[in-house]
Design a protein around this ligand. Structure first.
Ligand code: GUN
Length: 289
């Protein structure tokens, strides 16, 4: 069974549009500011997708683009300006940042109320404690996708490969909040296949094409492939194609899987818009998300 993130994202957008209209009746137009530093082509593409999605849903969006050589203080000033702007409800800093900039300092400069990516320690802490907070978009999108297809996570053996702040770690927290049993594998894990074979739900977020092969998984597993890798393909007019971290042959053994592209990616963008609407709604009530 294919877990179709593209179709579910469209459903999410219908709900987002409805909530945007309700907010507008109350005099609030939700706004998102996306900040990008430098000219990394993947980051340009991602920010472009996020801005377009906002435009399609009636969310006011703006992109702030700083030069590759921008100082950390310049970026912090841009964030502070948006923190103070009441028409901006969500602030997103596209990662990765150039190595000259301290990512943690930058993330901590975002007001937690506007941290729609869920990377600020305030939100990381609230999500990890299971009391609320903005969950990061990729993990939130993964769980929404599994829910949509009726795939229960309670009590399941969930193995997550990758421990990044954007994907692996927060995904582990969200599955734990839903009472799954979690294993997180990473670069120092000794016998990856030992763990992946035990998985009933396998989430892979590493960025290495073909990392997971058929021999490493059990029959009936649910595979969530977060990888986005460009590989050279001379048959493709663009000269490359996008593949995940899981070898296509794994589908023979899987009960369900997310395609790449069209699985987790569209859900990440949809959850960003949903979090932005939640931030705008919370600005009316003053309640901490
Ligand atoms: N870089 C890769 N994924 C993400 C994401 O979800 N949010 C941000 N801000 N940067 C990213």
């Amino acid at each position: 069974m294919i877990l179709d993130g593209e179709s579910l994202a469209k459903k999410v957008y219908l709900d987002v549009k409805k909530r945007v209209a309700e907010l507008e009746e109350k005099g609030v137009r939700p706004g998102l500011c996306a900040i990008r530093v430098g000219s990394d082509p993947a980051s340009q593409l991602y920010v472009g997708k996020k801005i377009r999605a906002c435009e399609n849903c009636g969310i006011k969006s703006k992109a702030v683009i700083l030069d590759e050589t921008a100082e950390e203080s310049e970026l912090i000033s841009a964030i502070q300006k948006e923190n103070e702007d009441p028409s901006t409800h969500g602030i997103l800093i596209q990662l990765p940042l150039p190595s000259s900039i301290d990512t943690q300092i930058v993330i901590e400069a975002i007001s937690p109320k506007k941290d729609v990516d869920g990377f600020h320690p305030f939100n990381v802490g609230r999500v990890a404690t299971g009391v609320g907070g903005f969950p990061p978009c990729t993990p939130k999108g993964i769980l929404r996708l599994l829910d949509e297809y009726g795939l229960d996570v309670r009590g399941k053996e969930v193995v997550i490969v990758g421990a990044s702040r954007i994907a692996g770690r927060p995904t582990a927290e969200l599955f734990l909040s839903r009472m799954a049993t979690i294993t997180v594998c990473h670069i120092e894990t000794k016998d990856l296949a030992f763990h992946t074979r035990r998985a009933e739900i396998l989430v892979v977020a590493v960025g290495r094409p073909g990392l997971i092969t058929k021999e490493m998984i059990s029959q009936g597993v649910v595979i969530v492939d977060v990888g986005v890798n460009r590989i050279i393909d001379s048959n493709n007019p663009r000269g490359f194609r996008v593949v995940g971290d899981v070898a296509p042959s794994c589908r023979e053994r899987a009960y369900a899987w997310t395609p790449v592209p069209g699985g987790v990616g569209p859900m990440t963008v949809a959850m960003l818009l949903e979090n932005t609407v939640i931030a705008a709604e919370a600005s009316l009530t003053g309640i901490t998300v």
